[in-house]
Write a protein that binds this ligand. Structure first.
Ligand SMILES: C[S@@+](CC[C@H](N)C(=O)[O-])C[C@H]1O[C@@H](n2cnc3c(N)ncnc32)[C@H](O)[C@@H]1O
Length: 384
């Protein structure tokens, strides 16, 4: 099937789904009922999600929702991030955007604050503002091959000068049952775009449909199954690997439905919610820190290919040390700071491509020669 057919099939299906609720597109999902009270019925009835990434957001964050549909996740997220946070929904389908925009002032009035907006774009090309392109093309319509090529140049200029979503601008990218709808050849660019728009330290929290086996070609060529969130599903492994290939780290499955949502020709399609972090890029410096993997496994392999055995001290760069001190790693490690701290400005480069054990003398100093009495833990304590 050509790319154009895939995208048109998706747009037509969701244009219809924006007008009349379509039961076949709904995957049973539980949302916090407290957040649904402020959301009009028209939005709730057109819920085509398969998970709830909004529950993992935090107050004050700027959030981007990919394929926002009629706006339900944005309207829930608006309440989770609160008045100081912000939500941007992006969707390709005019009819979905109309429902979402019509309901935004109603939700804002009920919440007594407005922090949600909806923009038109393709999630695999988050730099291109399609409404701005529409306006430009009204003034300079495409009438021949030369004007078609000019339109292409114009799109590129808009991406650079007026991006729909700027690079390094959002704290969290969420999405609910949309990534599978992007055509196969644009999937790689889609994950790169998610990475581009996130701030360093930001994260993606994505709910989507994945398959337990590769989807065969004859199912991929079925427009009904494409727009129904089946044909474009990545495998469970492929989904996680796509985040890894785009440069994310700390990728984990937050939720995986035990029961499949649908089974087609023996292939199971189910909802998962994953989290992937951005921010391991940048220089590595040596500050004589060490980490000890606490277990319970005999060893772990981290995203920099450091294989760490349980209970042993490993040298890590300052960046890794600080990353491991936070969620989701902190509970798995002990942290050893050097006795004499090395100021950041004096820190030498650290070679993160190797895995090295760290001798206790490296953190204490070669001339460390202290002798102390046993600590006074018997006074009300219980160590001896
Ligand atoms: C399955 S619905 C999910 C809608 C919404 N996230 C929800 O939870 O109800 C898919 C949505 O993604 C939009 N969509 C599909 N492909 C897209 C693309 N390439 N770029 C932007 N939006 C897209 C559709 O218009 C539709 O609104």
């Amino acid at each position: 099937m050509s790319a154009l057919n895939t995208e048109s099939a998706v747009r037509e299906r969701y244009a219809a789904g924006a007008k009349t609720p379509e039961a076949k597109l709904c995957c049973p999902t539980d949302y916090n009922p407290q957040y649904l009270e402020a959301i009009p019925q028209e939005v709730i009835e057109r819920d085509y999600g398969c998970g709830d990434p909004s529950q993992y957001l935090r107050a004050g964050e700027t959030v981007l929702d990919l394929g926002s549909g009629t706006g339900k996740i944005c309207f829930i997220a608006a309440q989770v991030v609160g008045e100081k946070g912000r939500d941007i929904g992006v969707d390709i389908t005019d009819e979905m955007l109309s429902v979402a925009r019509r309901n935004a002032p109603i939700v804002a009035e009920r919440l007594r604050f407005a922090n949600v907006e909806f923009r038109k774009g393709r999630i695999q090309d988050l730099a291109l503002d399609l409404e701005r392109l529409d306006e430009e093309l009204k003034a300079r319509p495409i009438t021949d091959a030369a004007s078609f090529l000019r339109a292409d140049e114009l799109a590129q200029e808009l991406r650079v000068k007026h991006p729909l979503v700027a690079s390094d601008s959002v704290d969290a990218v969420v999405s609910n049952c949309v990534l599978n709808l992007v055509e196969a050849k644009a999937k790689r660019q889609l994950f790169e775009e998610i990475f581009r728009v996130l701030k360093i330290g930001g994260r993606a929290v994505i709910s989507d449909i994945v398959s337990d086996e590769e989807v065969p070609e004859h199912l991929q060529n079925d427009p009904e199954l494409w727009s129904g969130c089946i044909s474009g599903a990545l495998t469970e492994e492929g989904f996680l690997e796509a985040f890894n290939a785009a440069g994310f780290y700390g990728i984990q499955i937050l939720k995986r439905d035990q029961e499949p949502w649908q089974t087609v020709e023996g292939i199971e399609f189910r909802s998962v919610t994953i989290e992937a972090l951005k921010g391991k890029q940048g220089p590595c410096v040596e500050r004589n820190q060490a980490v000890i993997y606490r277990g319970p496994f005999k060893e772990v392999l981290d995203d920099d290919n450091h294989r760490m055995e349980r209970g042993r001290r490993y040298a890590v760069c300052d960046k890794t040390f600080n990353i491991y001190r936070k969620a989701p790693y902190a509970a798995f490690f002990e942290f050893v700071e050097p006795v004499t701290p090395i100021p950041l400005e004096q820190a030498r480069p650290f070679d993160c491509s190797r895995t090295a054990l760290r001798h206790p003398r490296e953190t204490k100093g070669m001339d460390y020669n202290l002798t102390t009495e046993a600590s006074q833990c018997c006074d009300g304590g219980g160590c001896c």
